[in-house]
Design a protein around this ligand. Structure first.
Ligand code: SF4
Ligand code: SF4
Ligand code: SF4
Length: 316
């Protein structure tokens, strides 16, 4: 699949069908990747496909001018479609190099499972529904469900539905819904006061670095409300109350655009469980409006239309 990706990317550049290729290359740290954005047909040899390619590359589409060939997992392709629905990206300006995605490995889960830092590990290899981890010359096998990101364990569409070139056979989701939803269900089971205290504690740790916003393809406003001064929606100092308002408003803004790609939670440097908010909003949108982001490029975006006879019982 990797060699085919490189060949297709090279051909797209050589034939002048795209101005850029956006994909993944090896990162500087062990088991990491980093986005590769290139116009150079020799550099496409650095492209990789592996179980660590976390980033949702759709985020770059609103920044790049010209035609882009972009590597997309299932959730990324839905983000691209969502951007097309919002007229942020023109379909004809994108060549989607779709990757049937068997799920991405969460290195934090690996570290907890094996009680070692990632630098101490020899190798992490996926073998079908197992992961083989080598440390101190010892080989240990675990079910793959123990190391995939929570959002991957609840993934609905791992194979891109919208693509120009599909780099492999369609794949089925690796599903473990109870693990995927565990943190969210735990919160839902709390009465309001402990839940309030939970978020008070969690959001008190927020340093307002905006990594969660900056990695999110659904957050594409040229000027974010947090930077407005008239009116000033939030104090720039990261008090927990303002941090809470930031997340509440951000979640409303991405409602109907969020594809549960999990990037906001992964990018948070202080490990705030942001997916407990974004996935809950995803499910609320699905339940109330029968709408899932990025499923149909010709459908109107969720918040841009309504029917006069729409039920209003969602106003709680
Ligand atoms: S959510 Fe699905 S498509 Fe996205 S990285 Fe996880 S398994 Fe792949
Ligand atoms: S990434 Fe985490 S710390 Fe940074 S603004 Fe978002 S919630 Fe706060
Ligand atoms: S809100 Fe988070 S999970 Fe949803 S699209 Fe943005 S980065 Fe992905």
């Amino acid at each position: 699949m990797e060699q085919r990706l490189r060949d297709e990317a090279r051909a797209l550049l050589e034939q002048g069908k795209v101005d850029y290729i956006v994909g993944f290359e090896p990162g500087s740290l062990k088991f990491t990747i980093t986005p590769l954005i290139t116009r150079d047909k020799e550099e496409v040899e650095r492209l990789v496909i592996n179980p660590f390619m976390v980033n949702n590359l759709a985020n770059f589409l609103t920044e790049l001018k010209g035609r882009v060939g972009i590597v997309a997992k299932g959730c990324d392709s839905r983000s691209i479609v969502s951007l097309i629905q919002d007229n942020k990206v023109a379909r004809e300006d994108v060549v989607i190099l779709g990757i049937p995605c068997p799920g991405i490995i969460d290195l934090n889960k690996v570290e907890r499972l094996i009680s070692k830092d990632r630098d101490e590990l020899g190798d992490i290899i996926r073998e079908g529904d197992k992961v083989v981890i080598t440390a101190d010359g010892k080989r240990s096998e675990f079910p793959i469900t123990e190391v995939l990101y929570d959002n991957c364990l609840g993934c609905e569409l791992p194979t891109p539905q919208e693509y120009d070139i599909l780099l492999g056979e369609p794949t089925l989701p690796v599903t473990d819904n109870s693990t995927s939803q565990a943190k969210i269900e735990q919160l839902k089971g709390m009465s309001p006061q402990p839940r309030w205290e939970f978020w008070n504690n969690e959001l008190s740790r927020c340093i307002r670095c905006y990594a969660c916003r900056n990695v999110c393809p659904a957050c594409f406003c040229q000027r974010c409300f947090v930077e407005e001064t008239e009116p000033q929606w939030l104090m720039p100092v990261p008090r927990w109350q303002d941090n809470l308002m930031f997340q509440v408003i951000r979640n409303i803004h991405v409602a109907g655009r969020c594809t549960d790609c999990g990037e906001c939670e992964r990018a948070c440097p202080v490990n705030i469980p942001l997916r407990s908010l974004t996935k809950e909003m995803y499910d609320i949108v699905s339940e109330l409006f029968h709408f899932k982001a990025g499923m149909d490029k010709d459908a109107a975006p969720l918040m841009t239309h309504y029917e006069q006879e729409e039920a209003e019982d969602f106003i709680r």
